[in-house]
Design a binder for this molecule. Sequence first.
Ligand code: AMP
Ligand code: MN
Ligand code: MN
Ligand code: MN
Length: 276
Amino acid sequence: MNVDLHCHSNVSDGVLAPAAVAQYAHQAGVNVWALTDHDEVGGIARARAAATGLGMQFVAGVEISITWAGETIHIVGLQIDESNRGLLQGLESTRSGRDARGREISDQLARAGIPNAYEGALKYVDNPDLMSRTHFARYLVECGACANIPEVFRKYLTEGKPGYVPHRWASLTQAVTWIKGAGGIAVIAHPGRYKLGQTGEGALFDEFKQLGGTAIEVVTGSHSPDQYQVYAEQARRYGFLASRGTDFHAPGESRVDFKLLPPLPSGVTPVWHDWF
Ligand code: AMP
Ligand code: MN
Ligand code: MN
Ligand code: MN
């Protein structure tokens, strides 16, 4: 069974429409698939219809941006009821402010010698509610400021670099409450990406567990192969289930494509262990 529980469509910062992501995942051999757009569930209905038509088992998901101890952290919700009012209201409040942030990012980039980045990024935006740093990154490659997307995030858009605009997202408590209120399972996305240190990471895991969080991502396109082992061990230590997903955004753009992502290591319990 090939389970992929973390993917983006053009409803957030992916490039393919929800049905095309389903098709792409299916072609790569995925048979249990979740769409997890950032702070938005507007693609779920189209993704479900396409996935079901292709014979895949579909999982409704979302990836919520939160601020915790000054860091931006992502919490994935799986098996959510995407029509739940509390979830929809929460996501709407989280999305608000992205456009104003985009204008500030653009002003900073202009001062750094890259003009008109707001208009440039906007060409890549399909959902006007969801302007993301990824859209700026695509434009910075297009205009020749950087050779590729990883270079953009090394030189721009991240803390201490031009184009970094701190943003206050939802709280951990809110994200877990919205997900659980919508009947879903809360998962910490790509824990290896955060700059929390050991103590900070332990505090995040403890608080998440206390709030009713269930799982952490172990195998993700955002982890290096040695981090698969590190987070398998952390899942065992903290009693979390383990999740797996590419974090796919676009063909050829993501760090790991569907066919290259390994299975979960042995010794962890998959988050999907009791789904079928
Ligand atoms: P935002 O929600 O607007 O802050 O944008 C965050 C998105 O930027 C993430 O979901 C990734 O898709 C992308 N991103 C962040 N850091 C990197 C990186 N180092 N390399 C590639 N993409 C990144
Ligand atoms: Mn993204
Ligand atoms: Mn993420
Ligand atoms: Mn993601």
